[in-house]
Design a protein around this ligand. Structure first.
Ligand code: SAH
Length: 331
């Protein structure tokens, strides 16, 4: 028997070490180059607002194939060559398989296992669909008490929480059968980021899917061969994810001393950064089918019924920085 978060950590480590995840799902940078380009321009604007530090760390957590960063660097070199010259590229990646793919596109990067291993200094960090892969715990309300979910032989076993030392407070009430998720590694990441950025300067952009405000409910899901699958069957054969709790992330980063901007729906953020202007420029002069495909790809990121609303963007920033492009201060 294994606690759900330990099962999820083991399953995802095995999955990312042995699979090309893009056979099972796609992500915004794989849909259009404009996504990474806009984030590169965002990073350049933040670097200006930081007072043009040289050197500056540009880091990405969970870079996948390295597509986002390759697009971002190309745009950055065009709009802000001095920023491109000042930045040192650092990637946080656990999978040796994906590190090798990233190295092919980003040869001058340095790799780390965890964000805490990053060298000191002002930092601009991007994390797209990274936090959703981190392990969660689940609690279920049964007969007026909370039980914690463990995994045994591909099924949940529920144990009374009184026997479990909790590192996170679980609320007293909840309706029968209600599921509550506790995301300790994501909160640790946010707390670490908040402290690091408040002390050493910079900003981090977190893009992922989940609700703006903390909400109960079971959001654990698995994708295998591109289709929804049973999350508990066959550890390591499917990609396991859960919603990101943006309110909890914002509060943890702020409690650690950082300012928080957003969250805003991803569609709104990208449109504010000029998604369609950039797409139009790219489409100009191309054959009609190619131009239409570029517009359709950008629309997929922006439209509420596709990725535009479920995905959110939140920044953790040095409190000395002014408003950041595309975002407003956290309420
Ligand atoms: N950001 C990319 C990839 C998202 S998939 C994109 O937008 O396409 C999740 C990424 O996070 C993969 O690169 C995976 O190997 C990495 N990852 C997942 N869990 C991790 C962990 N605990 N530590 C470091 N990297 C992790």
């Amino acid at each position: 028997m294994e606690r759900l978060d330990r099962f999820m950590a083991r399953a995802n480590a095995a999955y990312y070490a042995t699979h090309d995840p893009y056979a099972d799902f796609t992500t915004a940078p794989e849909i259009t180059q404009v996504f990474g380009e806009l984030l590169g321009a965002w990073a350049a604007a933040v670097w200006e607002a930081m007072g043009r530090p040289d050197p500056v760390l540009l880091a990405e957590a969970g870079p996948g194939r390295g597509t986002l960063m390759a697009d971002a660097l190309r745009a950055l070199a065009q709009v802000a060559p001095e920023c491109r010259a000042a930045l040192r590229l650092h990637l946080i990646e656990a999978s040796p398989l994906l590190r090798a793919r990233q190295a092919a596109r980003l040869p001058d990067a340095q790799w780390h296992e965890r964000v805490a291993d990053l060298p000191a200094g002002p930092l601009i960090l991007i994390a797209n669909e990274f936090l959703d892969a981190l392990p969660i715990r689940q609690f279920v309300r049964r007969g007026g008490a909370w039980m914690e979910r463990f995994v045994e032989n591909g099924a949940f076993v529920e144990l009374c929480t009184e026997a479990i030392p909790l590192t996170h407070p679980v609320p007293r009430c909840g309706g029968e059968g209600e599921v509550l998720e506790v995301r300790e590694p994501a909160l640790e990441f946010a707390g670490w980021l908040g402290m690091r950025i408040a002390e050493q300067g910079g900003a981090a952009l977190i893009i992922d899917y989940g609700p703006e405000c903390s909400a109960p409910g079971d959001s654990l899901q698995a994708l295998r061969d591109g289709r929804p699958a049973d999350p508990l069957a066959d550890a390591g054969a499917a990609d396991l994810t859960a919603h990101v709790d943006f309110q909890a992330i914002a509060e943890a980063a702020r409690a650690a001393g950082a300012a928080v901007h957003g969250p805003v729906p991803m569609g709104l953020f990208l449109v504010r950064l000029g998604l369609f202007q950039r797409t139009d420029r790219l489409a100009r002069g191309r054959p009609p089918a190619q131009a239409a495909a570029l517009v359709a790809a950008s629309s997929r990121l922006a439209e509420p019924m596709h990725m535009g609303r479920l995905f959110k963007v939140l920044a953790v920033a040095d409190p000395r920085l002014p408003a950041l492009p595309g975002l407003e201060p956290y309420p």
